[in-house]
Design a protein around this ligand. Structure first.
Ligand SMILES: [Zn+2]
Length: 434
């Protein structure tokens, strides 16, 4: 933190750092350190308070910027030319910059200004640093940042660059996420048959340094997709938990089974009757072994790390955790190698990292929905005309006639529309009759 403070103070200077050995680094004598007497009329030369505002939220990359960077990148231009010309028989005939691409030559293709390795974009030199910063948003560890980035992009040396970037991230180093090793689970929990069937529920807190509305966090994790849900709360009563679950279930539906520890919120009769009313079974972990609810314990470690980052950045907890949750849901999980979002929704999440549009949905459900919308559109115009005529006729019958209607509180547009519709309808009926 001290180095971060120094670098913030020096931001306004253009300087270079030169190493000087201790033997040549003479300390100042006492006379040169002795302050001169200050007179009252001398303008204050105290250092102004420097505030370095570093934006905490990174903006996504505009498509135009990515497009231009791809077109102007010397490495990608050389690669594009090589792909169009065809690859030589041996690697020796290649330019040095293209050597890393030689063994992947069968996977490379071009599309407009872009070059793809399979379905992943090869990022231009000028934007690689920005893409790493975007993937490292919310300060996930090295493995998760790499997974997130490699899902969409590739370039030679991507892993080493991500490693170097996170090694120099002050926040990650102060949290030291990489230092701890975790023992492997003795009895891995088998995956349920599908998403949102078995959920782990727990309460974290109280957080002593939190604002009153963030003292507790109620958390829920899907055992299959690893999708997390979270709500901060002032208290952690059964009512709070039931309110949280009702809100989440309104979006995702009811699960079949919920796993909790033996907290009083979960052993109360109110909680039991809430679950019973929705037909949800309840499993409790052993009193002496709360870590048995492994899926949620793992999520809690990541959550604590996120909260620690928010404290260090003096950022609001709720906003920081909300942003982090999106990144967490979009990142492939270590257990399933797929993102929670994809396992729950069956499609990929669009995030700030995406440049190319997502592929169209092709499931039978999507095709059915698109087909239904198309049919309803063609039906819509005929139904609209009939509705307008019906309303107009009703209006005329209730009043004495169209002339008197004008004096009533009837909207002109509606009446005229109805008249036109009536004429059109009559004409079409005559045509049909003829
Ligand atoms: Zn970081």
């Amino acid at each position: 933190m001290r180095i971060a403070r120094w670098s913030a103070r020096l931001l306004c200077f253009d300087y270079s750092v030169v190493y000087r050995p201790g033997s040549q680094n003479y300390t100042a004598d006492c006379l040169s350190r002795l302050p001169l007497p200050m007179s009252a009329d001398i303008a204050s030369d105290t250092e102004p308070e420097m505030v370095a505002q570093i934006s905490a939220t990174l903006a996504s990359l505009p498509v135009v910027e990515f497009d231009t960077a791809c077109a102007n990148c010397p490495e990608l231009s050389a690669l594009r030319a090589q792909i169009q010309k065809g690859w030589p028989a041996t690697i020796k005939a290649l330019n040095d910059t293209l050597v890393p691409y030689y063994k992947l030559k069968d996977e490379l293709s071009t599309k407009d200004n872009y070059i793809l390795r399979g379905s992943r974009l090869i990022a231009p030199l000028s934007l690689r640093h920005s893409l790493i910063a975007l993937a490292h948003e919310s300060h996930q560890g090295i493995v998760r940042t790499k997974q997130r980035l490699r899902d969409l992009y590739w370039w030679p040396g991507i892993d080493a660059q991500v490693h170097a970037a996170i090694s120099s991230c002050v926040l990650c180093q102060s949290n030291d996420k990489t230092a701890r090793t975790r023992p492997a689970p003795l009895h891995p929990v088998p995956l349920p048959d599908g998403p949102w069937r078995k959920l782990g529920l727990d309460i974290v807190g109280p957080f002593e340094t939190a604002t009153p509305d963030c003292r507790f966090a109620i958390t829920l994790t899907d055992y299959y997709s690893k999708w997390p849900e979270l709500a901060f709360s002032r208290t952690a009563t059964t009512e709070d938990v039931v309110h949280f679950l009702s809100s989440v279930f309104s979006r995702h539906g009811d699960p079949e089974n919920i796993v909790t520890d033996n907290g009083t919120q979960f052993t109360s009769s109110a909680f039991a009757s809430f679950l019973q009313s929705r037909g949800i079974s309840h499993s409790k972990t052993s009193v002496y072994y709360p870590a048995a609810n492994g899926a949620i314990e793992r999520f809690h470690r990541a959550l604590r790390s996120c909260i620690q980052s928010a404290i260090q950045q003096s950022a609001p907890w709720k906003q920081t955790v909300t942003n982090w949750l999106q990144v967490y849901r979009a990142t492939p999980h270590a257990t399933t190698a797929t993102s929670p979002y994809e396992l729950l929704y069956g499609r990929k999440m669009r995030t700030k990292l995406n440049i190319l549009p997502l592929p169209p949905c092709t499931s039978t459900v999507d095709e059915f929905a698109q087909d239904t919308v198309l049919k309803s559109k063609t039906r819509c115009s005929a139904t609209l005309t009939q509705n307008v005529v019906h309303r107009y006729l009703l209006f005329v019958r209730m009043n004495r006639g169209p002339v008197d209607c004008c004096k009533q509180s009837c909207r002109k547009g509606t009446r005229q529309h109805a008249k036109t519709a009536l004429v059109q309808c009559a004409a079409s009926r005559q045509e049909k009759g003829a």
